[in-house]
Write a protein that binds this ligand. Structure first.
Ligand code: NAD
Ligand code: TDX
Length: 333
């Protein structure tokens, strides 16, 4: 049977990578529901097979539209979110509207139509770890979010858990670490620094740059989500990560040297308020219970490929670059 999927937020970074992955590796048909906020870009969905792909512009908090679309599909993968911590420190309201009310609206439709629902979330719901702590996040780590962004993602996860338990919604949740790869908005750390170097602007490191992120290629995130959608146990949470811990200073230096610049040609700028120190994922459950393994294990090669993508796709990111840098300038970043 050909499955019909609804993918929310499919014009964003990770959602668009998932749509490309699904259409390349399955016979599924995909409908994308996306509001095309500043973060959505239809060009990220260019070249997809027209007979298996449809785009609908709209808000996940639009109850009538969501109700209609849920009636037309077999399963829903929910990526749509306000996703940037720095924006959430500037104006939290859209994070509540989309991440909380939007997710609530989708859950009510999943309940009404009895549809399989997979909720995409982040490791940031667990707060942060000390640099010298051998521990990593597991599915049993207590929630302790730091920012307006991560607290609204934590809230959305808890709504999903409650709708599973109280109403029998057939849902799973995944919490993934930091993604990199093509189609990532230039507001985010890695694309910001790559496009800065292309533009002759020095990369900007928040504070001392000792903060650690656990990097995973977006295509590995997609294969993990597809694995959970197909074989995950209803009501369960799965952590997704690829053992990619790096501190920000090392990542900036890698980008600079890969792009032929001096290793120290970056600026230290104002730190992010409440900046989480370290994230680290233990993905043993996903690997042992569902047999998933990541493919992109060589971070240096992954960064080289990502740099090449931004060099070859300037029309995709150029229209947003100046506005992003103007925003950061107002924050001393
Ligand atoms: P993104 O900001 O690149 O994309 C978000 C997409 O959602 C955009 O296309 C936007 O137009 C759309 N959207 C926003 N509000 C909407 C609304 N109300 N209705 C419909 N569409 C709306 O984000 P991303 O980095 O691709 O993140 C996608 C998901 O993955 C999010 O749920 C995020 O929390 C999660 N996640 C991200 C990362 C990461 O490293 N970026 C890591 C783990 C989890
Ligand atoms: O210019 C910068 N300089 C800098 O040092 C930017 C934009 C960021 N940083 C630092 C802050 C973080 O320590 O780099 C690190 C990564 O920053 P972001 O790309 O903003 O990501 P992060 O805050 O870690 O959150 C990301 O991963 C988890 C995604 O944006 C979230 O959506 C996801 O949930």
């Amino acid at each position: 049977m050909v499955r019909k999927l609804l993918v929310t937020g499919g014009a964003g970074f990770i959602g668009s990578n998932f749509v490309h992955h699904v259409l390349a590796h399955t016979d599924d048909h995909v409908t994308v529901l996306d509001k095309l906020t500043y973060a959505g870009n239809l060009a990220s969905l260019d070249g997809l097979p027209e007979d298996r792909f449809r785009f609908v512009e709209g808000d996940i908090a639009d109850q009538g539209l969501v109700d209609t679309l849920f009636g037309e599909v077999d399963a829903v993968v929910h990526y749509a979110a306000e996703s940037h911590n720095d924006n959430s420190l500037n104006d939290p309201r859209p994070f509540l509207d989309t991440n909380i009310i939007g997710t609530y609206t989708l859950l009510e439709a999943a309940r009404k139509h009895d549809r399989r629902f997979h909720h995409i979330s982040t490791d940031e719901v667990y707060g942060d770890l000390e640099l010298d702590d051998p521990a990593r996040f597991t599915e049993n780590t207590p929630y302790n979010p730091s920012s307006p962004y991560s607290s609204t993602k934590a809230g959305s996860d808890l709504l999903v858990r409650a709708w599973v338990r109280s109403f029998g919604v057939i849902a799973t949740i995944s919490n993934c670490s930091n993604n990199y790869g093509p189609y990532q908005h230039v507001e985010k750390f890695i694309p910001r620094q790559i496009t800065n170097v292309i533009r002759g602007i020095r990369p900007k490191l928040y504070g001392a740059g000792e903060n650690v992120r656990d990097w995973i290629h977006a295509d590995d995130h997609s294969s993990a989500v597809l694995t959970i959608l197909n074989n995950g146990v209803i009501g369960e949470t799965y952590l997704i990560g690829a053992d990619g811990e790096k501190n920000n200073k090392d990542v900036v230096e890698l980008i600079l040297t890969t792009m032929g610049q001096p290793r120290d040609a970056y600026d230290h700028v104002t730190d992010r308020p409440g900046h989480d120190l370290r994230y680290a994922i233990d993905s043993t459950k996903l690997r042992t219970e569902l047999g998933w393994t990541p493919k992109y294990q060589n971070f240096e090669q992954g960064i080289t490929n990502t740099i090449t993508w931004y060099q070859n796709n300037e029309p995709w990111w150029a229209p947003t670059k100046d506005g992003v840098e103007a925003f950061y300038a107002t924050r001393g970043q």
